[in-house]
Design a protein around this ligand. Structure first.
Ligand SMILES: NC(=O)c1ccc[n+]([C@@H]2O[C@H](COP(=O)([O-])OP(=O)(O)OC[C@H]3O[C@@H](n4cnc5c(N)ncnc54)[C@H](OP(=O)(O)O)[C@@H]3O)[C@@H](O)[C@H]2O)c1
Length: 338
């Protein structure tokens, strides 16, 4: 399937915030693309997308269009994924899906390359036909948790998120801009006014009083770290920022730690940049994580009261590491293995 020139790569959702970022990241990381196949809804049919100086015309998905596609990056929402991922996979493409459609399905790997890259392949080394990209808030959290998990074990994580409006796509971003311009819509995109506000609801509530976003963080974290004993206690909050999501984590480990050892461990772990110097007011922020691929960690300190427990603050660009970059990193693991 692969050729010297590279892979035919389809991007479903190519005109969305995540899809556009995927195309940018493919170009930046010089992913071997022989041909780009941008796909979106009929609204965007014909839109020209420039990739490495070449122009590609956006089409709508169909069974024929996936013929000959090697890798299909999906970011068009769960219903489009449910409809088109089986079609693309049947045509021989490996689908890397950003939506929630398949994340918790048995047999579908849920992958963060810094954490569980091995789960992409079966015992014979064959890649799964559909690979799920986790939720943005989960991805940045597990990148920070993985080194702690391996070194000390983790019993419980209490997490509160401060999530960018871009997590709700173009509509989420445009809603903030429109409200800031003084428009009051009939129905708020973020359930309430988001300008100058913080809304402690992301997605719908489930019967247990947690939102779907919160339950994604619970279930996906346990699947990625392959630990059904791990307790994750989340509160997810939308705030009026661009640039990235912030997360305050209170992590109870299974063994004693030395805080300077933890700092060195995190600083040396893949995908993490430590920004932690209170005397210089250095700590991660959405503005400084914008357009960056790494996960930023700071405000590291032992819990004041509780033994074997520490606090940290984790920020990442949700459109990059929380979505596009993670998907492209998964595609990079497939290079030479298709
Ligand atoms: N934003 C984030 O931080 C983030 C993070 C992780 C995962 N995700 C997931 O990524 C997906 C896309 O998010 P986004 O933020 O990029 O949303 P977005 O900005 O609203 O873009 C949605 C994209 O999907 C296309 N699309 C919608 N319905 C379609 C259909 N039925 N058939 C074909 N294409 C269709 C849209 O095409 P048109 O332009 O033609 O409408 C657009 O290209 C969602 O599943 C989301 O949950 C988002």
């Amino acid at each position: 399937m692969s050729s010297e020139a590279g892979y035919r790569v389809a991007v479903l959702g190519a005109t969305g915030l995540v899809g556009r970022t995927m195309i940018k990241v493919l170009e930046e990381r010089d992913f071997p693309v022989s041909e780009l196949v941008p796909l979106a809804s009929p609204r965007s049919r014909g839109e020209v997308i420039t990739f490495k100086g070449r122009e590609f015309v956006t089409e709508v998905p169909s069974a024929e269009i996936f013929e000959g596609v090697d890798i299909a990056l999906f970011s068009a929402g769960a219903s489009a994924s449910k409809e088109w991922a089986p079609v693309a996979a049947a045509a021989g493409a490996i689908v890397i899906d950003n939506s929630s459609a398949f994340r918790m399905d048995e047999g579908i790997p849920l992958v963060v390359p810094e954490v569980n890259p091995e789960s992409i392949f079966d015992r014979e080394g064959k890649a799964a036909p559909i690979i799920a990209n986790p939720n943005c808030s989960t991805i940045q959290m597990v990148v920070a948790l993985k080194p702690l998990y391996d070194a000390y074990g983790i019993r419980r994580v209490v997490v509160s998120t401060y999530q960018s409006v871009t997590g709700k796509g173009k509509a989420g971003r445009d809603a903030l801009e429109s409200e800031l311009a003084g428009n009051i819509p009939d129905e708020f995109t973020h359930f309430h006014q988001i300008a100058f506000n913080a809304v402690p609801q992301i997605d719908a509530f489930t019967d247990n009083g947690y939102t779907k976003e919160e339950m994604k963080m619970v279930n996906e974290t346990r699947k990625i770290l392959d630990d059904q004993e791990l307790q994750v206690s989340p509160t997810t909050v939308r705030i009026p920022v661009y640039g990235g999501h912030g997360e305050s984590l209170n992590v109870e480990l299974r063994s004693d730690f030395d805080i300077e050892e933890v700092r060195a461990l995190l600083a040396g772990s893949p995908g993490i940049v430590m920004q932690d110097d209170p005397s210089a007011r250095l700590y991660p922020m959405p503005m400084t994580s914008y357009e960056r691929d790494e996960v930023f960690v700071g405000r590291l300190r032992p819990d004041y009261w509780h033994p074997r427990t520490l606090n940290l603050w984790v920020v990442a660009d949700n459109l990059r590491k929380g979505a596009a970059t993670n998907a492209v990193q998964i595609a990079e693991l497939l290079v030479g293995n298709l």
